[in-house]
Ligand binder design. Sequence first.
Ligand code: NAD
Length: 365
Amino acid sequence: MSSTSPATLKAAVIGIGWAGQQHVKAYQAMPGVELVAIAEPNATLLDQVQKEYGIPKGYSDFQDMLKVEKPDLVSVGTPNFAHAEPAIAALDSGAHVLVEKPLARTYLEGKSMVDAAIRNDRVLQVTFNQRYRQDVQTVKRFVDEGRMGEIYHAKSRWLRRDGIPGRGRKWFVSKELAGGGPLIDLGVHMLDMALYIMGEPVVEAVSGAAYNRLGQRFVTEIYGEDAVYEVEDFASSFIRLAGGRTLQLEASWATYRENGDLINMTIFGENAGAELTSKNYQTQGAVRFYVDAAGVPSEIIPEIPAGASSRPGHLIVAEQFVERVRSGAYDQFRGQEGLLRTWIIDAIYRSAAEGREIRLSELKE
Ligand SMILES: NC(=O)c1ccc[n+]([C@@H]2O[C@H](COP(=O)([O-])OP(=O)(O)OC[C@H]3O[C@@H](n4cnc5c(N)ncnc54)[C@H](O)[C@@H]3O)[C@@H](O)[C@H]2O)c1
């Protein structure tokens, strides 16, 4: 698209709940992009968001929107079960697509989306905004400076004591509609951060356990007596990487532990270690590096300036998406990164169900 890319790219957002509105704000903040339309089946929400952000057109049906507006860029912020259909329709209409995480519920569903990006020669990108947190970026820079040597093991986890998504979003606790619980919701971010920091290692096999012990107690408070909690409330997994490297991944929406959200990574390298511990999204003081200095074990506490994380991750991701679209070099950006993360999570769920280690290659069948 580089030679034919219009000076102003027309953008649209499908699904305008919390996530979709982050894409709305990002496109409106970007020069060279005009947000022309949104599509959302909830008429009240459609009207409210259209007015609040002054968006020219609103559609109840995304297919009508694609036909009439012919956008260059489409963000998909629908629930997980409704990522593939609008994303593939948008790619087939000629648009480039930025889809919310996770790419899809399963490897095969995600693969159909990547195939559509290849078929149409378009960009498909997944919104991994959490990797742009300033604490994560600090660790990434330390690794990229070569200070850690080879990273041979990492542990990455996001734990909540009592954090099942609420506010009318019952689809989150349906296995069919969401594809899973905290592992596919929060764990996908932690998996993304770990693979990103480790330099995209080759993933060979996974072993996982998924528990549903507490969710039902919480879910009736949120959605009423007849609500059924179908997904895991806690998942734990062990991921084998090429070259004998390993990664542990965990996520919970409900566990008996300290209240609030814990984002935590432990990284062991041959020359240094790193620990990221963020309580309730705080980035200041969240990172520690462990090194040998003057012949003794030493600790470095990087100063992450206050407010450094205030630039929204969604804006950074959307800017990167537009840059990729304008670059005209799409081959690396067909959703492969998002597909790998979905593939690993699908394999962890299968491992948990079957009680055995699963090689990623088994899911291709
Ligand atoms: N990256 C992040 O930080 C982040 C944060 C929250 C949610 N998410 C992801 O964003 C997605 C949406 O999550 P949410 O919390 O905003 O959910 P939500 O339920 O609040 O919003 C989803 C919206 O999509 C609409 N919708 C459903 N089917 C549709 C269709 N076919 N066409 C158009 N609109 C449709 C719904 O009416 C709803 O308004 C999920 O995939 C979730 O994992 C990402």
